[in-house]
Design a protein around this ligand. Structure first.
Ligand code: HEM
Length: 142
């Protein structure tokens, strides 16, 4: 089982990002606005780190320096659904995050509050399915 350090760091950053979002939701529900802001900025920084690591991982794979992950186990349909929904929503998450953050920083909290639950949901979905994909490749492969 060969896991590259880049893959491990990717999993770590996506996890921290997802947990920070969940924490940020709990904090705003408790009325802690400043702590909510810090949690969501942390989530955004770690999401950006994840994207950088993703690009790096793909570059290293293209060079043949780390193996390309693939899944050839029995749950192929389920795996493909998770993989495609993860990828599509990861792309959608970027503009959603930018819009949500912009509204917050401009003080447009009415608008922020409308879009933020969707952004948070998509964000956490991407983080959880990221882990599932990893789990499939590492532990459910043939
Ligand atoms: C992309 C990152 C962020 C996400 C996903 C997010 C998510 C959320 C969510 C889910 C809510 C609760 C909405 C509801 O009432 O149902 C909320 C409210 C709020 N957020 Fe964020 N947030 C983010 C970034 C920020 C930032 C950077 C700030 C500060 C500059 C901020 C300030 C606030 C405030 C003040 C509220 C309460 C608004 C109100 O009740 O009028 N958020 N956010």
């Amino acid at each position: 089982m060969l896991i590259s350090i880049v893959t491990l760091l990717s999993m770590l950053t996506i996890s921290v990002s997802g947990v920070a979002i969940l924490l940020g939701i709990l904090l705003i529900k408790a009325g802690k606005r400043e702590a909510h802001k810090k949690a969501m900025i942390t989530a955004s920084v770690f999401a950006l780190l994840f994207v950088l690591l993703y690009v790096l991982r793909n570059l290293l794979q293209a060079q043949g320096l780390i193996p390309v992950g693939k899944y050839e186990g029995p749950y192929r349909g389920l795996f493909l659904f998770i993989l495609w929904s993860h990828t599509a929503l990861a792309i959608v998450n970027f503009p959603l995050a930018v819009i949500t953050l912009r509204y917050a920083f401009k003080g447009l909290f009415e608008k922020h509050r409308k879009i933020a639950p969707l952004t948070a949901f998509v964000w956490v979905y991407v983080a959880v399915t990221g882990w599932l994909i990893f789990y499939f490749m590492q532990f459910l492969n043939r």
